[in-house]
Write a protein that binds this ligand. Structure first.
Ligand SMILES: C[S@@+](CC[C@H](N)C(=O)[O-])C[C@H]1O[C@@H](n2cnc3c(N)ncnc32)[C@H](O)[C@@H]1O
Ligand SMILES: *[C@@H]1O[C@H](CO)[C@@H](O)[C@H](O)[C@H]1NC(C)=O
Length: 308
């Protein structure tokens, strides 16, 4: 059928729906803006990762060392590979976890969103807050308003060892002591400080039981980053029974022997054999399909043997 043989009204309709019609242009704009928003979201998320890790400005790093004073730590030039793998401590930067662990955090976030695993996101051991801030940024970028990010820390560094399972070097590390106000200030500068962020101050053995008292929700994603046997143990025995089925746990310090031992002791005590996924040279994650009933007898006797 030729153009000429169409009735005039049909020709008008064809013209209307053609690529030159205002309607078609309007549709096209809509499609384009969806694409642009998707691109901008990815760009924001990636820029956030690079910003909190210090990769954006290629900031110097502290040579990790169990030395006490910040002024005694050696400062070395930026090394991209180390920062990607979270193997150094940025002098300027809000997180030491590195790019791969933030990529993984995004993957796990997308996983819990896709599977609609209900609950909040929580990090125990936040330092300057960068990984938690990234989690809040993920909620923002995806318009998620029904999840909260919880930050749990002494905001004063690690505790003195209360058992023989740890040594007492950690509490001396000044560079790990970041005040609550400094972490909140960072959230404020990123415009991410709001009702979807909660701070819980105190050593885990105190702050986590307090958290349990008021918390009526569930946890969908738990980031454990407390380095020590006791910190790892306190996190597990206070939070694992609050996980939603299918929730995921990131263990930042898997390669620290005492941390891995605390994890394996917990697995053995609870007959758990989760599939451990390696994220990079240091961190792992696993997800738990079934609810865990905590063996509080074990934890009670652990606590009974601790010095205060
Ligand atoms: C390695 S840093 C955490 C790094 C952080 N996740 C990041 O993104 O850079 C360890 C943090 O855990 C905290 N921490 C470790 N054990 C703790 C405990 N038992 N109670 C409270 N805070 C603890 C320290 O204060 C410190 O801020
Ligand atoms: C803490 O660690 C030191 C070694 O660094 C050890 O001598 C001490 O006994 C530990 N404290 C406790 C309560 O076991």
């Amino acid at each position: 059928m030729s153009f000429r043989s169409l009735p005039p009204i049909a020709i008008y309709f064809v013209l209307l729906m053609s690529a030159y019609s205002p309607l078609a242009w309007c549709m096209r704009d809509k499609v384009q803006s969806v694409h642009q928003h998707g691109d901008l979201r990815a760009l924001y998320i990636n820029t956030l990762k690079k910003s909190v890790t210090g990769i954006l400005l290629e900031t110097q790093s502290y040579q990790p060392a169990a030395s006490a004073k910040e002024s005694q730590l050696r400062v070395v030039p930026f090394q991209r590979e180390k920062r990607i793998n979270g193997e150094d401590w940025p002098v300027q930067g809000l997180s030491m976890v590195g790019l791969k662990r933030l990529d993984n955090l995004e993957t796990l976030f997308n996983h819990i969103e896709a599977l609609k695993i209900p609950g909040d996101l929580i990090e125990c051991g936040v330092w300057r807050g960068g990984a938690s801030l990234f989690m809040r940024g993920l909620l923002k970028a995806h318009g998620v308003t029904d999840r909260t990010v919880h930050l749990v820390d002494s905001f004063d560094g690690l505790p003195k060892n209360s058992t023989g399972a740890d040594d007492d070097g950690w509490s001396e590390m000044e560079v790990l002591k970041v005040p609550l106000e400094a972490v909140q200030g960072a959230f404020e500068r990123y415009e991410l400080l709001d009702r979807q962020v909660h701070f819980h101050k105190g050593y885990f053995r105190d702050s986590l039981p307090a958290f349990r008292q008021f918390f009526t929700g569930r946890i969908a994603l738990l980031r454990m980053d407390g380095d020590m046997y006791e910190s790892t143990t306190d996190i597990l025995y206070n939070l694992v029974d609050l996980l939603s089925p299918g929730a995921c746990i990131v263990v930042d310090d898997w390669e620290i022997p005492v941390c891995q031992r605390a994890m394996k002791d917990f697995f053995a005590t609870h007959s758990l054999e989760p599939t451990i996924h390696h994220i990079d040279t240091t961190a792992v994650y696993f997800c738990l399909e079934d609810p865990v009933k905590l063996n509080m007898g074990w934890y009670d006797s652990f606590n009974a043997k601790r010095v205060t």
